[in-house]
Design a protein around this ligand. Structure first.
Ligand code: IPM
Ligand code: MN
Length: 355
């Protein structure tokens, strides 16, 4: 099969971890006889520095003509402490999501036996936790307008908007995933207070009967935040709106032991994007210490979701598990012995794949 990729390393540790994931992708492609072609493009702070735009038109054009996008991270501390900056790296990410129509962000949360002791929760609570968060990604408060300030600068406002169409398509996707898993959907909202949440719940109640073999559970977001900590094993597919999903998935990610392990897929209308859920970790940039595994696991999702190549995806996962079991890992998840560098972990994975 011909695989045409857009490679968007982004900022901070992005270039280092994406290089590892690309090397792993190359090794898998070679092993299974696929032809890989790829092109690099800019997004985030590095794109602002070079072109003035956080998601340049050339980057969008490349993404549109590619079969999949492998993305690192964006963000630079020089913008974080400057709330008045007019152009920000995050705008690049939001524009990419909107322009590519990436309405669903899929974040699988599963544990790794060898990392259970790293979880802030008791091992018996997290051992075997395996759920999937589906976050709506192109609606809600992130994109609702008006957004801004009053003329005197002392009042600010955001707008949360959802249409029936946006809610229906993400809920159907959640049921589709649940059908291939343990057949339970938890719809998370704040329908006791918020109008958009009441629309979500109404539509969910209309759709649920179309999936009689799937259990539907309704949960307020505050309660969901608590249950993720108290009883993570009770979830199978959790579906929610953009801002709630942003918050809950950061929470969910750490229960597995390391933010550096979790991949994500953003899918929708045009080309899908695969990226780690962590950020650009600027303190580690250029030091060759960042954990590349979340990006490598994102490459596994890319084989599965963008190309329907399941064996390729599972070989990557097998390689990652083997490196964890061998303790051949970066410092964030190293518990005994010498931690390895980002590139060393990458080389180990490539050798394993070449077998
Ligand atoms: C994420 C990030 C982004 C978001 C930021 C960087 C705009 O936190 O992908 O979860 O809020 O969606
Ligand atoms: Mn986030």
């Amino acid at each position: 099969m011909q695989l045409n990729l857009a490679i968007l390393p982004g900022d901070g540790i992005g270039p280092e971890i994406v290089e590892v994931a690309l090397n792993v992708t190359k090794a898998v492609a070679e092993k299974f006889g696929h032809t890989l072609s790829y092109e690099y493009a800019l997004v985030g702070a590095c794109a602002i520095d070079k072109t003035g735009a956080p998601y340049p038109d050339e980057t969008h054009a490349l993404c549109m003509k590619s079969d999949a996008v492998l993305f690192g991270a964006i963000g630079d501390p020089k913008y974080d402490n400057n709330p008045s900056a007019k152009v920000r790296p995050e705008q690049g990410l939001l524009k990419m999501r909107k322009d590519l129509g990436l309405f669903a962000n899929i974040r699988p949360v599963s544990t790794f036996a060898s990392l259970l002791h790293k979880s802030p929760l008791r091992a018996d609570l997290v051992d075997g936790a395996d759920f999937m968060c589906i976050r709506e990604l192109t609606g809600g408060m992130y994109f609702g307008r008006p957004q801004g300030r009053s003329e005197d600068g002392n009042t600010a406002y955001d707008t949360c908007v959802y249409t029936r169409e946006e809610v229906e398509r993400i809920l159907h996707l959640a049921y589709k995933f649940a059908g291939q898993r343990r057949k339970k959907v938890t719809v998370v909202d704040k329908a006791n207070v918020i109008a958009t949440s009441r629309l979500w719940r109404q539509i969910a109640q209309e759709i649920a009967p179309q999936y009689p073999d799937i259990e539907t559970e309704y949960m307020f977001v505050d309660n969901a935040a608590m249950r993720i900590i108290q009883w993570p094993k009770s979830f199978d597919v959790l579906v929610t709106e953009n801002l709630f999903g942003d918050i809950l998935t950061d929470e969910a990610s750490v229960i597995t032991g390391s933010l550096g392990m979790l991949p994500s897929a953003s899918i929708g209308i045009h080309t899908s994007v695969f990226e780690p859920i962590h950020g650009s970790y600027p303190q580690a940039a250029g030091k060759n210490i960042a954990n590349p595994l979340a990006t490598v696991l994102s490459a596994a999702l890319m084989f599965e979701y963008a190309f329907n190549l399941m064996k390729e995806g599972s070989l990557i996962r097998q390689a990652v598990n083997a490196s964890l079991e061998a303790g051949f890992v970066t410092e964030d998840i190293c518990s005994n012995g010498q931690p390895h560098t980002t590139t060393e972990v990458g080389e180990w994975l490539v050798k394993y794949i070449q077998g």
